[in-house]
Design a protein around this ligand. Structure first.
Ligand code: FE
Ligand code: FE
Ligand code: ZN
Length: 303
């Protein structure tokens, strides 16, 4: 019997803040969660309300959610690889303070995109940026997410991520987040996950792995696309993803779903309904739900 740590991306809005995020996670039957401290695609952030944080802490304690398993995701427009990365550096410093003041310690960051300057310069900019952000007092572990290789993304294989880690001064404050969709799209076959873990152990070291994003992919192996698909409905498939979640070497590492919301009906484009309650249920049962989409639509259109 293995107790998994499973959750999903949840919202964090300025009125309910962390308390709202915890309630949302619990509504999915999750025992962890991940959130952006504001909208993922912009950098406007509201002041943290410590009363809501205290209430959220009590609720987490009562529900058995370990704060050390909770993940914060930095906004994805932050680009340390850019030549002019002062804004990204300032934002990240403030974001680390927010994470600390909420009482968490893991921040996932997309390494960045070189936007035409080339991989070497881009990676050096990331290293310089991280060394300006992370210092002896930093209490947060910045987890670099491995990327799909869309556009000019950096950190698309274990060697590139290792190069970044090697350049960072405070190595105990840097970690890695794997994403199954990104791995697939970058050319790592999730069907041979033992081999991926072996490579990761040899190149980076398993002690650096703090989080795994669990997503199916809309695209074939090595497509360099990054389009997430619902659990079991993409090219990676249900059984391969289940093996990742229950892998003995990943025990105790939080697994976070970032699968897409479901549309109201087949003709609608608006993604309205979160799939996580039903995906987590299927994961715990280790049995694919062929009626997943219909079940989600029925559940949320009635509630
Ligand atoms: Fe991400
Ligand atoms: Fe991800
Ligand atoms: Zn992605």
């Amino acid at each position: 019997m293995q107790d998994i740590i499973i959750g999903s991306h949840v919202s964090f809005n300025k009125n309910t803040q962390l308390l709202g995020s915890v309630k949302e996670a619990l509504s999915y039957g999750a025992n962890t969660f991940m959130f952006y401290t504001g909208a993922p695609q912009n950098t406007s952030r509201s002041v943290i309300d410590q009363n809501l944080t205290k209430e959220a802490d009590l609720l987490m304690k009562k529900s058995g959610i370990d704060k050390l398993a909770v993940i914060i995701h930095a906004p994805y427009i932050i680009n340390l690889a850019n030549q002019n990365n002062e804004f990204a550096i300032d934002f990240l410093k403030a974001e680390i303070k927010r994470v600390e003041s909420l009482g968490f310690n893991k921040l996932v960051l997309h390494p960045g995109s070189h936007v035409g300057q080339g991989r070497v310069i881009g990676i050096n900019n990331i290293i310089d940026g991280l060394n300006k952000v992370i210092n002896a007092e930093t209490k947060v572990i910045v987890c670099l997410e491995t990327m799909a290789g869309k556009g000019t993304e950096l950190g698309i294989n274990f060697e590139e991520v290792k190069t970044i880690i090697d350049g960072v001064n405070y190595k105990d404050k840097i970690g890695v987040c794997l994403d199954t969709c990104h791995l697939n799209d970058a050319g790592y076959d999730i069907g041979h996950f033992d081999k991926i873990i072996e490579d990761f152990s040899n190149i980076i070291g398993l002690e650096k792995l703090y989080c795994v994003h669990i997503n199916d992919s809309k695209n074939e192996l090595n497509a360099h696309k990054d389009r997430h698909e619902n659990f079991g409905f993409g090219t990676i498939g249900f059984d391969n993803l289940i093996k990742v979640i229950y892998h003995s070497k990943l025990k105790g590492i939080p697994k976070i779903l970032e699968t897409p919301y479901i549309t109201k009906d087949d003709t609608s484009k608006e993604r309205l309904y979160p799939p996580y309650k039903f995906e987590i249920e299927a994961i715990r049962n280790k049995k694919i739900n062929d009626h997943l989409i219909e079940d989600i639509r029925n559940y949320y259109s009635l509630s």
